[in-house]
Every structure is written in structure tokens, then in C-alpha cells.
Design a protein around this ligand. Sequence first.
Ligand SMILES: *[C@@H]1O[C@H](CO)[C@@H](O)[C@H](O)[C@H]1NC(C)=O
Ligand SMILES: *[C@@H]1O[C@H](CO)[C@@H](O)[C@H](O)[C@H]1NC(C)=O
Ligand SMILES: *[C@@H]1O[C@H](CO)[C@@H](O)[C@H](O)[C@H]1NC(C)=O
Length: 424
Amino acid sequence: MTYIRETCGCCDCEKHCGALDIVFIIDSSESVGLTNFTLEKNFVINTINRLGSMAPDPTSPTVGVVQYSHNGTFETIRLDDANINSMSAFKAAVKNLQWIAGGTFTPSALKFAYDNLIRDSKRARAQVSVIVVTDGRFDPRDDDTQLRYLCDDPNVVVNAIGVGDMFDKSHDSETLLSIACNDKNRITEMKRYTDLVAENFIEKMETVLCPDPVIKCPDLPCKAEQYVAPCVGRPVDLVFLLDGSERLGMDNFQHIREFVQKVADRLVLAKNKNDQMWSRLALIEFGKENELRVAFNLTHNRDVVAAGITTLPYLDSSSAVGTAITYTIDHILGKGRSRKTRRGAEISFVFITDGITDSSSLDEAVSAMRREQIISTVIATGSDVDNDILHKLVMNDQEAIFKGEKLSDMLQPSLFDRFIQWVC
Ligand SMILES: *[C@@H]1O[C@H](CO)[C@@H](O)[C@H](O)[C@H]1NC(C)=O
Ligand SMILES: *[C@@H]1O[C@H](CO)[C@@H](O)[C@H](O)[C@H]1NC(C)=O
Ligand SMILES: *[C@@H]1O[C@H](CO)[C@@H](O)[C@H](O)[C@H]1NC(C)=O
């Protein structure tokens, strides 16, 4: 349902929440890690998607984001920024936030957010909802009295989310409670970052942020959302891992060829071998253990992509996903001096499989994916899928599984566009 809401949001009845301002304050410190930081950004985007179609009138919500690490590194995005003139531009800006990976100055970040985004906001607003996401203890050199910096403004409501096992210690729970101005109902402690993007949590946030929505249905024809070039101005290395088992069938194999070509056509690829920005692609088809076909290694070259797609044979055998992952990490991404990914690139694996595959050595392979901070997506079709395996492949992030009745559905604009937004 989420994608239907998103792509048809402009035609649907809309929820209106009134003049609400939302400010996310997210932890970008070293201890969070790149994958978890990406999950924090996805959490911001997912939450906004829910409140998303509240757009054009001036009394609708605005959103700001502060990412923080050590003092002096704080960065902000604001929806009223003149360069960010649509919800999709805002989302692109969130995706582009780079992990800072320094210390944790939570109290200073709260003060910064208030002084820069909230205090001087010119909007006649009823309320500002602040959502703070942190993984734990802040630097003892920071001023802990500022934890409650937002509590003196009666128009501000603070929600504090603590992630990880640090909050097993009561001291750290007290930190959360201080951030949330001593309101127990406004703190959430969770074990894993993946819980941030879980469906039920996003639903909870929706209720917290917009407790009394007014439903309005449009009487005007729809306008399409403004087009934003996907994966803009940052390095993304996208690796397709295609399950070439006999269960796929030749028709689906053709649809996948079309699909990968369509992705290549949509994305802006790197300009040349040395370009550190934009996307590159690789396509690997895997069959039974150690039976692999590399259609093309990571490349920016459209001719290589097109030729690789056309000449790739359909294996039509059984499949073993674990060994395929290990091979891809060792040889397509490469290790040590023969590393083939670019510095700072986001590495995404896109599995095209129904999960019915030999799963021996899958656990080790998934651990290796975590170590390499690979972002994982699954495209699965048909009614007969192995959900346990699919869940393992996406490291338990349900939102990362794309399901359609048939593979050709992935070529439809609704699912295709959602896929591009997701990997970007
Ligand atoms: C953080 O930076 C601000 C502005 O540069 C400064 O006023 C403040 O004293 C710093 N706080 C700490 C704890 O270093
Ligand atoms: C991400 O967070 C989980 C807890 O959700 C933690 O176990 C893991 O070590 C973190 N990853 C990194 C790279 O720090
Ligand atoms: C991929 O790269 C390896 C060397 O790293 C090479 O041996 C192989 O031929 C390449 N495959 C394709 C399809 O270009």
C-alpha cells in the first residue's frame, strides 16, 4: 500500500495535519555506522512519506532535519530553503546527507536545532514536533544542561528515540527522558536500527505527529510530482544478482533483461573510469554452487551494459545464493589492492529471486554483506516465495522487498519508480 499511496498521493484523498512543523535531529556519529545512518535517513523519508501529501497550502507542515556529530559539524536541511522547492527535492537532500562519523554532541545539537530552525521560524505555527534519534551516550565534554534546551518552549514537543543496547543502562534512559522533557510517553527505546523503518513504528510516528488529521479529497485533476534526477551527485555502485534457476522461466528472464536496461537508461551513469560521482552497474547471474555468469563487472559504460545484457545466457538450473554473494564481494567489489568500488560509494545489492535457493553458507554471506555495509534490496515475484530467505537477504528490512505478481510488473511505472527512489 505504501507505494500506491506515494505514487498516487496527489490523486488520493489527503490527510491534513494543520500548521505543524517537524524537526528531525539525527545522530551521525561514528558509532552509528554507515548502514545504520542510512536507516536513520530512510526513517526520516518514510515518516515524511506518510505525512507526505499534505503539501501546497501555507498552513501545512514543514520539515527540517539536523544531523549531528561533534560540535561544529552540524548540518541542516529545511523545507523552506529556496533551493528545496518540493517534497521530492527535500527527500533527495536527505538522501544526500553524508555520514559525519565523529563524536556525539547531543546537547549542543539540541541547542543548535532550536537556535537555528525553531526559535526564529517566521511561521505562525501551533506546534513544533521534534524527533531526536540517538544511539547513546554523548561526549562528557558537552554541556548536559542543554539536553533540556527545548523544554522551555511551550510550543515544542520532543520525542526521543534511543537505539541499541546502551539503553539497558538506566543512566542512558535518563538521558532520553531528559531530552523528552521528562515525558515517559515520548521516549522509545529500540534494540536495532531496522526497527526504525518497521511498518508498525512508522504507523506509530504517524499517530504521534498527526493525531487528529482532517481528510480532504481533491476536486481538481492531479498534477505529477516534480521530476528529480535519481541518485544525484553521489557515487552509487549498484550490483544486480539474478537467480538464474529453472523456476524463473524464459519469459521472466526477458523481463529482467528489459528491467536492468531500463534502470541503466534511467540513472545518470559515471562519466568515465575516474568519475567519483554518479552510478555504475554490474550484473551477475548465479546458478548452482560456483556456476556464475558475469554479464558485466561494475561499469559506467552504456555499451558494455547493453552488450552484457544481450549476450547473457539463461542458466536454467538450480541456484545457490550464498556462494554467489561471497563471489560478488570478493571479485566484483574486490578486496585490498584490487578493490573496484569507489571511495565513499554506496554499494547496493539487488537480488532478483523468489528465495527458493540453496541457502547453505547464506548466514556467513549476509554477515559479510553487513561488514561491507552493503545496502540490500530484493525483487521477488510469484506467490511461491521463501519469505525467511528473502528476509535474511534484506537483513530484516521488510521495506526492501519488492513484490509483484509477475516480473513484468517491475516494468510498470508505479513499481519501477518506487524501485528507483528506493535504491537512490
Ligand atoms: C559548541 O560550539 C558552540 C559554537 O561554536 C560553542 O558556543 C559551544 O561552547 C561549544 N560547546 C562545547 C561543549 O564545546
Ligand atoms: C548498527 O546498529 C546495530 C544495532 O541496531 C549494531 O549492532 C551494529 O553494530 C551497527 N552497525 C554498525 C556498522 O555500527
Ligand atoms: C570481470 O572482471 C574480471 C577481472 O576482475 C575479468 O576476468 C572478467 O573477464 C570480467 N568479466 C566481464 C564480463 O567483463
